[in-house]
Ligand binder design. Structure first.
Ligand SMILES: Cc1cc2nc3c(=O)[nH]c(=O)nc-3n(C[C@H](O)[C@H](O)[C@H](O)COP(=O)(O)O)c2cc1C
Length: 204
């Protein structure tokens, strides 16, 4: 399987802050020899989980799988060597459409044989932007939510970077853009040298 970085753009706003920062990350990753690919969630149809209970029974498939794009997106996220989820904070949480996708991963939790996969360490990064400059727990709920989402996909949330005081791309400093590019380069170096060794939490 080709080693590549998959970026999930979770904002409803085109060309917004999280997308802009994610593109700097991808530019760095590509400079480092790691090809990148994006999935733009707002271009996908993702129905909300209705807790119908179908996925709790064998074969643990979602009853909505044929109705929208969620299943295909979840499969792509499961298969990526490196996953970056980029999203804004909305009301101290993840945006609605991204949360819809996350809830649809319940079909993975419902599969009893997935314990081993849940312990997997395929790296997942989160990049969150928020307009407020303050708020001790501004990113806390979203980080926790993404860590369980990653587990459901057989991945691990390796690192979460939250940038505050960013209402729009115009608020992104040159230093922040450069740091994103650098982050992408570091992960490229890590994965192109030793694709099976994602490294310890918090250290790219
Ligand atoms: C519906 C909505 C809710 C928001 N809630 C918060 C919030 O709770 N805290 C915060 O700091 N910023 C909040 N913001 C501001 C966004 O997080 C901020 O503008 C962010 O940079 C947008 O990223 P994007 O351009 O990638 O969508 C909210 C924005 C919207 C549209």
């Amino acid at each position: 399987m080709l080693t590549k970085a998959l970026v999930l753009l979770g904002s409803p706003r085109p060309r917004g802050s999280s997308e802009s920062l994610a593109r700097h990350f991808m530019a760095g990753a590509e400079e480092g020899g790691l090809p990148g690919e994006t999935i733009c969630l707002r271009e996908k149809r993702t129905l909300p989980c209705t807790h119908c209970g179908v996925c709790e029974r064998t074969p643990h498939a979602c009853a909505l799988a044929a109705e929208d794009d969620a299943e295909a997106v979840l499969r792509a996220l499961e298969g990526a060597s490196l996953l970056l989820v980029a999203a804004p904070i909305h009301f101290y949480a993840l945006p609605g459409q991204l949360k819809c996708l996350i809830d649809r991963a319940q079909s993975r939790w419902a599969r009893p044989q997935d314990e081993a996969a849940r312990a997997a360490v395929r790296p997942t990064l989160a990049l969150l932007t928020a307009g407020r400059p303050r708020g001790e727990r501004l990113f806390a709920g979203s980080e926790l939510c993404l860590s369980y989402f990653a587990q459901a996909l057989g991945r691990q949330l390796t690192e979460c970077r939250g940038l505050r005081g960013i209402e729009s791309p115009a608020d992104i400093s040159l230093e922040q853009a450069a740091a994103m590019r650098d982050w992408g380069r570091q992960w490229a170096a890590r994965l192109t040298v030793a694709p099976s060794l994602p490294g310890p939490p918090g250290a790219p």
